[in-house]
Design a protein around this ligand. Structure first.
Ligand code: LLP
Length: 418
């Protein structure tokens, strides 16, 4: 986490003291580094320079408007999975002509809105969805640009919940039946076949599954070309992993170089949909220690952040580093389970962490910029955290902490009797 470093024992985001952010905005709070986001995006963009390519940031990873806006200013495209994400992209100043629309269950109204604003293409995931897109486009008297998400049946070697490229997953169209779907689409009046895509999983730490998938896609692409069905772009999805603790995923440059080598002379436009590798290490979640307690042999630190604020540890047993905002010289370092106030045994952010803690301490949960706030909920009627973006020596509130009124908005009591 390059942009989150200690100076004189105190953790900073860029040039901003994180304890200052906590004092000003409270805790739990997500803090993002603009520079980290930009550099992560530019790693992709620069590796593709000189090539017809689009880096479509996967909005689901972190959809805060300020995050999207920072990327839009650099010329990023966006990968969306709902009309809601599309509206976010538009409000953040993103270019609809650089938007790809993924997801297995697009609603007619979502398809209509996407056609209205002129997105780059629909990543279609089933036969039935193709029919729906064709019907909506026909009603509007337009042609919808489509790509098919092919499920290449490769093992991404990642957590089963985030592995998506195997036959048994719900995603995409089986590679064996994809040609048939392309033929059907090619004969339709209101769709235009433009591309082929895949997304085989998330948090991949090796290049080889990507290259296996690419091989299979290229074979299919050649079969289709022989039949006169031309594919203009290839979208390899997202999935590149990040370092949470000691993983050593390839850098985007390395990954892209390997892809370009395999593509050789082919003149295909290339699309990537990175989410985690752009946002994860550009953010931390700040949380404060409320109480320390001991049950049996276990040391518990009750913190004010919980599974509703950051669910990855509870949901996937994901490991995220947890570090003190101020290093302490005195006191004892021992193993702590960091648990939140939510009434679930599964409510923890970290287990068995060697820390030197006192009540009131501030902690930073690292690598929380992706799939952090976006997966937060209001379970236990807990307002979702504030979000702050740091830019050099400035900290900007980019989303207010929710209020209890926000949480109860729209709820109604039954009418009084009699
Ligand atoms: N494109 C598609 C079609 C996707 O389904 C995803 C993520 C991405 C791109 C971005 O993948 P990334 O570069 O972020 O790996 N909540 C989980 C991750 C779920 C990923 C879902 N799809 C987590 O917290 O680990």
């Amino acid at each position: 986490m390059d942009n989150f470093e200690y100076h004189n024992g105190r953790l900073h985001a860029e040039e901003v003291l994180l304890s200052r952010v906590a004092d000003e905005f409270g805790t739990p709070t997500y803090v993002y580094s603009r520079d980290a986001l930009e550099r992560a995006y530019l790693d992709y963009a620069q590796a593709l320079e000189g090539r017809d390519a689009l880096v479509c940031y996967a909005v689901k990873a972190n959809s805060n408007l300020a995050v999207l806006n920072v990327l839009a200013r650099l010329g990023a495209g966006f990968d969306i999975v709902s009309a809601g994400e599309l509206e976010r992209v538009l409000r953040a100043g993103g270019d609809p002509a650089k938007v790809v629309f993924s997801g297995v269950g697009k609603q007619p109204a979502e398809i209509r809105r996407a056609l209205d604003v002129g997105i780059f293409c629909f990543n279609i995931e089933s036969d039935a969805e193709l029919d729906r897109v064709n019907t909506v486009a026909a009603e509007m008297g337009v042609k919808a640009p489509v790509s098919f998400r092919v499920n290449p049946d490769v093992d991404a070697g990642t957590h089963p919940y985030i592995s998506t490229g195997l036959k048994e997953n719900k995603f995409g169209i089986g590679i064996d039946t994809a040609a048939e779907v392309y033929r059907r689409a090619a004969a339709m009046d209101n769709v235009e076949v433009v591309g082929m895509d895949c997304h085989i999983g998330s948090q991949l730490t090796e290049i080889s599954p990507f290259l296996d998938a690419l091989d299979r896609l290229l074979q299919l692409l050649d079969t289709l070309a022989d039949e006169g069905i031309q594919i203009h772009h290839l979208d390899l999805g997202g999935g590149l992993g990040v370092c949470y603790t000691d993983e050593q995923p390839p850098a985007p440059q390395e990954y892209i170089a390997a892809v370009l080598e395999k593509l050789g002379e082919r003149e295909l436009k290339l699309i990537f949909e990175p989410g985690r590798s752009i946002a994860a290490n550009a953010g931390v979640m700040l949380t404060r220690v409320e109480f320390l307690k001991q049950n049996g042999d276990k040391n518990f630190a009750i913190i004010d952040g919980a599974m509703n604020d950051l669910i990855r540890p509870s949901l996937y047993s994901a490991y995220q580093e947890i570090i003190p905002v101020e290093l302490r010289e005195e006191g004892e370092t021992k193993a702590w389970d960091l648990v939140g106030p939510v009434c679930e045994t599964g409510d923890f952010l970290g287990k068995d962490r060697q820390l030197n803690l006192q009540p009131g301490d501030l902690l930073a949960v690292c690598s929380a910029g992706a799939y952090g706030f976006v997966m937060a909920s209001n379970y236990n009627t807990r307002p979702r955290p504030a979000e702050v973006m740091v830019d050099d020596n400035q900290a900007y509130l980019v989303r207010e902490r929710e209020t209890l009124n926000d949480l109860m908005r729209g709820e109604q009591l039954l009418p009084e009797q009699g």
